[in-house]
Design a protein around this ligand. Structure first.
Ligand code: GTR
Length: 421
C-alpha cells in the first residue's frame, strides 16, 4: 500500500508542477488594477515640493531599491589596478584608436580581472563614450582578429561550439550588429565594453565567484545579487576612465541591453558620475512597471534567476502590490540626468508599454527640477522617438540592439553633449 501511494505521488507531482508553471499574461484587459507609489511623496506621507526635498526623497527611494531589490554592496576594502594590455592607433582600418585595459580588483590573495575594450575616434581627445557590458566576450563585438578572448567563465552554447565554459574563436564578430562600433566611432563617440562574466559569471554559484568573492561580509536577505555586482563593476571601470586622458569622464553614457539594461539603470542610479543612462529592452526589474503583471513578472524572474537580486525581492513574488517602489522610481533616480528607454515591438516579454509608462511616471520628478521631463502620455507610433530629458522609442522587431537604436542614442547624446564635444 505504502509503495502504491509512493508511485501515485511520483505520477502526480510532475503534473502539479506543470499545472503551476508560469503562463505570462499578454492581455491588457487581464491586468490587475494597481496604484503606483508616488516618487514625490516621502515615506511618511508628506509631499516633496522642491529640489532639496527631492534629494532627501531620492535617498529614501534608493535605499528601498538597495534593500528590497538589487541588494546592498558591502564596503569595498580591496584595491584596484589598471594595466594597458594593448594599444593600436590605427585600428579599424585607421578609423579608431583601440586599447585593451585590464582592471584587476584585488583583496589580499583574491583577484578578479576584467578586460575593457575601448575604441575611440582616432584623433579625438576627450571624446564622450558609451560604456556597456557585452554578453559573450569582447571579441564578439568586433571582427578584429587580435582582440582578446575572455578568460573567465562563459555559458555553454551549442551554436557557438562552447561546451567547456571557455570562449572560442567561433564567436568572434558574432555581436557586431549589436555594437555598431564603426558607426559610433565615425560619429565622434567612443565605446568601452567589457564581458559581463568577467565581473560576475551569470549562474547561481552561491556567490562564490566573481566580485562577490572579493568581499568578506556575511550574507543576509538584503545582500547584493549579480545585477548589483555588474552595476558595481561599471563604477570600477568609471574609476579607470577618470584616469584616461583620451576619454571625457564627464560624458560617460552607460548603455545596457536586457539584463544588462537592468544593470545599467542600477549603475547610473548608484553612481552620479555617469552622465546619461540608456536602457535597451531592460524589461522586468529594469524599466518596466512590475505592477502591470504583463510578460515577465517578479515571481518569474526570481525563479529563473535566483542570483540576480537580493533575497528580500522574493517577498514580492506574485505580490507586486506590496512593493514599496516600482520601476518608474528607478528611472527617476537618474534625474536630472538625461535618460533614454527603448523597447521593441515583438519583445512583449519585456512589456514595452510598461517601459513607456515608467517614463511617464518618472517625469514629474524631472519637472519638479525644472526640466522638460517626458513630453507624452500615449504610446508613440513605431520609429517615432519621444524626446524630452527622458526619451523613449519603440521600433519594429525583436528583443535586440540594432543600428536604429544606436542612431537614436547618438542623436540624443549629441543633443546634450554636442556643444561641448
Ligand atoms: C531573459 C530574462 C529577461 C532578460 C533577458 C536577457 O531570459 O527573463 O529578464 O534579462 O533574459 O537578459 O536576455
Amino acid at each position: 500500500m505504502k509503495n502504491l501511494t509512493f508511485f501515485l505521488l511520483l505520477l502526480i507531482i510532475p503534473c502539479l508542477s506543470k499545472a503551476q508553471q508560469f503562463v505570462a499574461n499578454y492581455d491588457e484587459s487581464k491586468m490587475p488594477a494597481y496604484t503606483l507609489p508616488d516618487p514625490l511623496v516621502f515615506n511618511d506621507g508628506k509631499a516633496v515640493v522642491d529640489k532639496k526635498g527631492w534629494e532627501k526623497r531620492r535617498a529614501e527611494i534608493y535605499s528601498i531599491f538597495e534593500k528590497e531589490v538589487f541588494g546592498v554592496v558591502p564596503q569595498w576594502k580591496g584595491k584596484m589596478k589598471s594595466t594597458l594590455v594593448s594599444q593600436k592607433t590605427d585600428a579599424m582600418g585607421g578609423l579608431a584608436k583601440r586599447k585593451e585595459v585590464r582592471i584587476d580588483l584585488i583583496n589580499g590573495e583574491r583577484k578578479v580581472s576584467a578586460m575593457v575594450l575601448i575604441y575611440l575616434p582616432r584623433n579625438s581627445k576627450n571624446a564622450p563614450i558609451f560604456l556597456g557590458y557585452n554578453f559573450d566576450g569582447n571579441h564578439t563585438t568586433t571582427n578584429e582578429s587580435d582582440v582578446l578572448l575572455p578568460e573567465s567563465w562563459v555559458a555553454n552554447n551549442k551554436a557557438l561550439g562552447i561546451t567547456d565554459n571557455k570562449a572560442s574563436e567561433k564567436s568572434r564578430g558574432k555581436s557586431i550588429t549589436q555594437w555598431s562600433i564603426k558607426e559610433i566611432v565615425s560619429r565622434g563617440f567612443g565605446v568601452a565594453t567589457v564581458y559581463y562574466g568577467d565581473i560576475d559569471p551569470d549562474f547561481n554559484d552561491g556567490f562564490k565567484n566573481g566580485v562577490h568573492a572579493l568581499f568578506d561580509a556575511p550574507r543576509d536577505s538584503s545582500s547584493w545579487g549579480s545585477v548589483a555586482a555588474w552595476a558595481w563593476g561599471l563604477s570600477r571601470i568609471m574609476d579607470y576612465i577618470e584616469t584616461d586622458k583620451d576619454i571625457n569622464a564627464k560624458k560617460v553614457i552607460v548603455i545596457g541591453h536586457s539584463r544588462l539594461g537592468k544593470a545599467a539603470l542600477w549603475a547610473t542610479a548608484s553612481d552620479k558620475r555617469f552622465a546619461m543612462s540608456i536602457s535597451n529592452n531592460s524589461g522586468c526589474s529594469g524599466a518596466a512597471l512590475s505592477r502591470r503583471i504583463f510578460g515577465e513578472t517578479v515571481g518569474r524572474i526570481n525563479n529563473s534567476f535566483p542570483h540576480w537580486f537580493c533575497d528580500n525581492y522574493k517577498k514580492y513574488n506574485e505580490n507586486e502590490n506590496q512593493m514599496p517602489v516600482d520601476q518608474h522610481e528607478l528611472l527617476a533616480l537618474n534625474a536630472p540626468r538625461p535618460l533614454y528607454v527603448a523597447s521593441a515591438e515583438e519583445d512583449l516579454w519585456s512589456d514595452p508599454k510598461g517601459e513607456f509608462l515608467s517614463c511617464v511616471y518618472a517625469s514629474p520628478v524631472y519637472e519638479l527640477l525644472g526640466l522638460k521631463g517626458f513630453p507624452a502620455k500615449e504610446m508613440p507610433a513605431l520609429n517615432t522617438p519621444i524626446i524630452g530629458r527622458i526619451a523613449y522609442h519603440i521600433r519594429p522587431g525583436k528583443h535586440d540592439v540594432t543600428l536604429y537604436d544606436w542612431e537614436r542614442y547618438m542623436d540624443f547624446a549629441e543633443k546634450y553633449f554636442k556643444s561641448e564635444k
